[in-house]
Design a protein around this ligand. Structure first.
Ligand code: 5GP
Length: 212
């Protein structure tokens, strides 16, 4: 690997299957670094601090914002979430490819920052499917379901601003699409030029008047 790492930003409305797809992606491409966000929400059962998230309190979170330590941050479903600037930029500088699983407000901030990134949006095949998936989640209260659906109606149209849209109708097909997007971005862009030069440097110079 050489050069700066590639940054992938993945967003979706709640219930589109983003977490499952991102888990499939990082399992398929283990050298892709999952960016561990900061959040003020409470850990869910089984969530370890520093793995799914860095769990923190509101005061600490606000200090980090004030100190410019967040690359992006947003309030999602009433809680604060943000991506640490220093750790993300350091990993990219080391040539690691990174994936940010963040909401559309955060994605807009990364886009506005001018940091080169590949933006991927995950959509359900239609609204009814999203409703059914969210209703099927035992964890949702009615109020939470209503809020997630209302947010989805604001978030879904923002898919127009993303480089790629993955439609999660069939999970295997959607995972394959997401993996293909990352592979294709890795083969392209600036990285290709650097790698290409390194490979070409191993070829002996052609003989001056040698034909084919
Ligand atoms: P959950 O609480 O279910 O893990 O995540 C709720 C939402 O917050 C998801 O849409 C997730 O993508 C988003 N999220 C997680 N981390 C971040 C972050 O660092 N920044 C932003 N803007 N959103 C995040």
């Amino acid at each position: 690997m050489s050069g700066r790492g590639e940054l992938f930003v993945v967003s979706a409305p709640s219930g589109a299957g983003k977490s499952t797809l991102v888990a499939r992606l990082t399992a398929a491409l283990p050298d892709l670094v999952f960016s561990v966000s900061w959040t003020t929400r409470a850990p869910r059962p089984g969530e370890e601090d520093g793995v799914a998230y860095h769990f923190t309190d509101e005061a600490t979170f606000h200090e980090k914002i004030a100190g410019g330590e967040m690359l992006e941050w947003a309030e999602v479903h009433g809680r604060l979430y943000g991506t640490g600037r220093a750790e993300t930029l350091a990993a990219l500088d080391r040539g690691r490819d990174m994936i940010l699983d963040i909401d559309v407000q955060g994605a807009a901030q990364v886009r506005a920052s001018g940091l080169p990134a590949v933006f991927v949006f995950i959509l359900p095949p239609d609204y009814e499917t999203l409703v059914r998936r969210l209703e099927g989640r035992a964890t949702e209260t009615n109020a939470s379901l209503e809020r997630r659906l209302a947010n989805a109606c604001v978030e879904a149209p923002q898919s127009r601003l993303f480089d790629y849209v993955v439609v999660n109708d069939d999970l295997d097909a959607a995972a394959a699409d997401l993996i293909a997007i990352v592979r294709s971005a890795r083969a392209g862009r600036a990285r290709r030029a650097e790698r290409l030069e390194a490979i070409l440097a191993t070829f002996p110079a052609p003989a001056r008047d040698g034909g084919h």
